[in-house]
Design a protein around this ligand. Structure first.
Ligand code: DCP
Ligand code: MG
Length: 382
């Protein structure tokens, strides 16, 4: 075990709500909730607080995406139904979600941190892991510098945990929210980690929490004090051993920093060789589904492609590829299907085929395209 690792977890504070406050600074200090569907956008700047919808005005089945700490003090949190939360905080201000803006600020804070520590592990829109092991600077000073860079780049606050591993870092970043910086070592586990409820461990969900509490295990400390053999008997070898390890603050997972992909592709080898004419409809269905899956991969990873290509392997194992460059970058399955279809027209189809693939390249981050498009730029950033 490498006991010299220094891993940080950084999580933005009330992220979506805090981004909204950049746009509407007059809402600072107010209980504000983001969420719902079809929530009207406020009328515009300069018309005072009257322009904002209140939670009590909402009817529908929408839920809270996030809330400011002032709203949380009234008992309204992520995931609660809006109408139910209106009973607790009728005067809280309700804003619709604005995902383009959240993605924009997400990119900004990640770039600011990467500027200090190098590659990061991206864990979603508002959290990252960092491996600080090779940086000589002392933890508190480095943590403050990272927080400063995030604030300078975005105007937003975040909370950071710096500990020997990812498991503890994730717990630590949450201990002093908002605007927290929590530095823990193995020696701090009994006092800082063991008193916490078991569900604070990333991976112990509601089901496991309930089962554990059935055995009288509520805190991480109680879990650590439970014999490993007991946990293995009740949860099976993998989970039992894992529960015992995490309760003792052990976690060896590396911080995984990946570079940008160059291409995104899907391919499939058929169960039997197919012929372009006799098996036309079957091939066409497979082809379309490959395009759908590639489009889905692009959308999930947040890229648009400029080039679409196909790969074919014939029954005799000979392979051919063709590609086409699009006038406008896309992540749309129908556009990809059309371009890939054009490629298909340019390959000989007399032989049977054993493999078909669809590949997209010339990738651009979807957000960067939005920023570049003049019509959208006016809406971004605030
Ligand atoms: N989010 C969501 N649905 C949820 C929880 C969160 O859409 N059930 C979104 C809104 C949050 C963002 O993800 O702003 C980040 O989630 P966090 O759990 O980190 O919550 P916050 O950043 O809002 O608050 P905190 O200060 O507790 O991190
Ligand atoms: Mg957060």
């Amino acid at each position: 075990m490498n006991s010299n690792r220094r891993i940080a977890h950084l999580d933005m504070d009330a992220f979506f709500a805090s981004v909204e406050l950049l746009r509407y600074p007059e809402l600072r200090g107010e209980a504000v909730v983001v969420g719902g569907r079809n929530v009207p956008a406020p009328a515009g700047q300069g018309s005072g607080l009257q322009q904002f919808a209140r939670l009590r005005d909402y009817t529908g089945r929408g839920v809270i995406t996030t809330s400011t700490y002032e709203a949380r003090a009234l008992g309204v949190f992520s995931g609660m139904g809006l109408m139910k939360s209106a009973q607790l905080a009728p005067d809280a201000i309700l804003l619709p979600a604005n995902f383009d803006a959240y993605r924009h600020y997400s990119r900004l804070f990640k770039a600011a941190v990467a500027g200090i520590v190098g590659p990061i592990e991206d864990r979603g829109i508002d959290e990252i892991y960092l491996d600080l092991s090779d940086i000589p600077e002392e933890s508190a000073a480095l943590g403050r510098r990272i927080k400063g860079a995030v604030r300078e780049a975005t105007g937003l606050s975040c909370s950071i945990g710096i500990t020997p591993n990812k498991l503890l870092a994730k717990i630590a970043s949450d201990l002093d929210k908002p605007d927290g910086l929590t530095i823990l070592n193995h020696a701090d586990i009994p006092t800082r980690i063991w008193p916490l409820p078991a569900r604070k461990i990333n991976g112990i969900g509601p089901k496991a929490t309930e089962r554990l509490s059935g055995f009288g295990i509520h805190t991480i400390g109680e879990l650590a004090a439970t014999p490993r053999e007991f946990l293995v008997r009740k949860f099976g070898i993998t989970t039992g051993v894992w529960l015992h390890r995490v309760a003792n603050g052990e976690d060896e997972r590396p911080v995984v920093t990946e570079s940008e992909p160059k291409s995104i592709s899907r391919e499939t080898t058929f169960e039997r060789d197919l012929h372009a004419r006799q098996d036309r409809s079957e091939l066409s269905g497979i082809f379309t589904s490959l395009c759908l899956r590639v489009a889905d991969d692009l959308q999930r990873k947040g890229y648009l492609c400029r080039t679409v290509g196909i790969k074919l392997r014939y029954a005799n194992f000979q392979a051919v590829t063709r590609d086409v460059t699009l006038p406008v970058a896309t992540d749309d399955a129908a556009h990809i299907r059309k371009a890939a279809g054009e490629c298909l027209k340019r390959v000989p189809l007399t032989q049977k085929i054993r493999l078909l693939g669809v590949r997209t390249s010339g990738l651009v981050a979807a957000g960067e395209m939005e920023m570049a498009a003049p019509s959208l730029q006016q809406e971004l950033p605030f």
